[in-house]
Design a binder for this molecule. Structure first.
Ligand code: FAD
Ligand code: SF4
Length: 293
């Protein structure tokens, strides 16, 4: 709003909806994270730390302690891209002003997407928390004028296609009420890792990040989840990597193959080709650390 990017007619303060600030375990073992629970409270909650350490790590890799104390879970999901041109109202940007063009495609695109971009927008989603939520198969609970519904995390954010101004599949009259973590994803607690590669060691957004989660039993990967941040308009689930890993022995050669099959489909722009090799190495490193835990 300060930059003149958003000009809302009305602001609604939802901070006093106390019931949306709870973190609670439901009877079926689902851990419900209230949309208004703070990022720091979520990351440090004993049940999150014990059963979903990947999420805890990802949140703590983001922003600064002061920001995390103020930022809410719902707000983190809804944060907008950090594309420089989006915030510069003197420049064209299809996300800010549909039909005006994209300053980044022919401009300075070092932080931009290598997966799922369109000729209308190559922006990335900046969240760390969302990358872990994608790997953990979370569900977003929303409420609106037409009632409540659940959205699978993978379906929550969208690719830019022809309408980059639309970041998510949340409808205009809907509010996020919670984010639910399934019981089944506790199986990754022993072997998970969130790797964030950035220009500074702290207080910087990811150039590339990887959430790696392995369920290893009897020396074999029973299930695997790999998601990347900083590479697409939404958290990027590496389904092809997961297919290679499932049922395999957790060896470095398998990790390299898993990285290769996914990154083979990446497309770079003038200033961000480095992300393709960085992404490949980051997948291997995140999987190796997850295995060794
Ligand atoms: C300097 C800086 C550095 C940062 N670095 C990182 C980082 O490294 N990694 C990272 O992940 N994040 C980072 N962030 C983002 C920070 O985590 C977000 O600003 C924060 O998560 C937003 O939360 P909020 O509660 O303040 O949301 P707000 O800013 O209040 O809201 C953001 C948007 O979400 C909407 N919204 C909020 N709650 C709901 C709801 N329940 N339902 C529907 N819509 C809702 C609001 O209307 C608004 O459009 C950084 C932010 C700053 C300012
Ligand atoms: S990449 Fe997307 S957000 Fe950035 S200038 Fe292009 S249209 Fe706007």
């Amino acid at each position: 709003m300060r930059e003149g990017v958003e000009k809302p007619d009305v602001l609604v303060d939802i901070n006093r909806l106390d019931h949306l600030a709870r973190i609670e375990e439901l009877s079926d073992g689902v851990l419900r994270l209230g949309a208004l629970a703070k990022n720091s409270e979520t990351a440090n909650h004993p049940l999150v730390r014990e059963h979903y350490p990947l999420l805890s790590e990802a949140i703590l890799a983001g922003a600064s302690a002061q920001l995390r104390n103020s930022a809410t879970n719902g707000g983190n999901l809804m944060q907008r891209t950090r594309c420089y041109y989006f915030y510069d109202t003197a420049m064209p940007c299809n996300k800010r002003e549909p039909g005006s063009g994209c300053g980044a495609i022919e401009g300075f695109n070092r932080i931009h997407a290598i997966f799922g971009a369109s000729d209308k927008c190559i922006a990335t989603h900046p969240s760390d928390m969302c990358v872990a939520l994608s790997a953990l198969d979370a569900t977003v609970q929303v409420a609106g004028l037409q009632g409540s519904r659940s959205i699978q995390f993978e379906e929550f954010h969208r690719l830019p296609k022809e309408t980059p101004q639309v970041d998510t599949n949340l409808r205009h009259d809907e509010l996020i009420t919670s984010i639910d973590l399934p019981l089944s994803s506790r199986a990754y607690a022993d072997h998970s890792y969130y790797l964030k590669v950035r220009d500074r060691a702290s207080y910087a957004f990811a150039l590339v990040s990887v959430a790696a989660a392995l369920d290893i039993q009897g020396g074999v990967i029973r299930r695997a989840r790999v998601a990347m941040g900083g590479v697409a308009h939404k958290p990027w689930r590496c389904k092809q990597s997961e297919a290679i890993l499932t049922g395999a022995k957790p060896d470095i050669s398998v990790f390299m193959e898993a990285a290769e099959v996914e990154m083979r489909h990446a497309r770079g722009y003038e200033h961000n080709y480095f992300k393709i090799e960085l992404g490949r190495r980051s997948i291997v490193r995140a999987l190796s650390i997850a295995r060794n835990r």
